[in-house]
Design a protein. Structure first.
Length: 180
C-alpha cells in the first residue's frame, strides 16, 4: 500500500502538470510539418528566414491572403505562394495546375512548371502572374502542385475584378449592312 507522503507527492506532480508548471519545453514549430501538403498564398513575397520555426509559422499565417484584387493598370494578378510538402521531393520539377472551382470537373485553365534547387526539398517559395485576357475575372481557384503525376500540395484562392459591362446597344455602320 502506498504511503501517505508518496500519494501527496503524486498529487502535487499531477497538479503541477495540469497547471503547466512542470510542463516540458514546447518544441519549436516546424513549418514543413505545420503546413504539410498545403499551399499558402499572399500578395507579398514570403520571408525566407525567421528567428525560429514558430516565428516563421506566425509570419506565414499573418501574411496569408486568399482573395486577390486585379491590378487594373496591368489587368493582372500577381500571386506569391509557399508550398509545403508532406515528404521530401524526389524530383526537381514541380508542375503547378490551376483549376476553376466554378466549373468543377474541367481541365486546368493554367499549368506551368517550377523547379526546386535540389531533390529532397520540403517547401517551395515562388510567384506567378495571371493575365485577365487569358483567365478572365472572378474565379475561385484551386492550385495543385504535382511531382511525377502525384499531388504533393493544394490550396485555394480567389481572383477578383470588375467584369466587363455591355450596354446591349448595337451600332451598325454602313459597312455592316447590305444597303447600297
Amino acid at each position: 500500500m502506498p504511503s501517505r507522503s508518496s500519494s501527496v507527492l503524486a498529487a502535487l506532480v499531477m497538479l503541477a502538470l495540469v497547471a503547466g508548471i512542470a510542463r516540458p519545453a514546447a518544441a519549436d514549430a516546424n513549418p514543413a510539418k505545420v503546413f504539410a501538403g498545403k499551399i499558402i498564398t499572399s500578395d507579398k513575397r514570403f520571408p525566407t528566414k525567421a528567428k525560429s520555426g514558430s516565428a516563421f509559422v506566425a509570419a506565414i499565417r499573418k501574411q496569408t491572403k486568399t482573395q486577390f484584387m486585379e491590378d487594373k493598370a496591368n489587368q493582372s494578378w500577381h500571386v506569391y505562394f509557399a508550398a509545403f510538402f508532406r515528404k521530401p521531393l524526389a524530383d526537381i520539377e514541380v508542375v503547378v495546375k490551376l483549376y476553376d472551382l466554378n466549373q468543377p470537373g474541367t481541365a486546368p485553365f493554367a499549368s506551368f512548371e517550377q523547379y526546386v534547387s535540389e531533390r529532397g526539398q520540403t517547401s517551395l517559395l515562388a510567384d506567378f502572374t495571371l493575365e485577365r485576357k487569358l483567365v478572365g475575372v472572378n474565379r475561385n481557384v484551386q492550385m495543385v502542385l504535382e511531382v511525377g503525376g502525384r499531388q504533393v500540395a493544394t490550396g485555394k484562392f480567389k481572383i477578383l475584378g470588375e467584369a466587363e459591362r455591355y450596354s446591349g446597344k448595337v451600332d451598325f455602320s454602313a459597312d455592316d449592312t447590305d444597303e447600297e
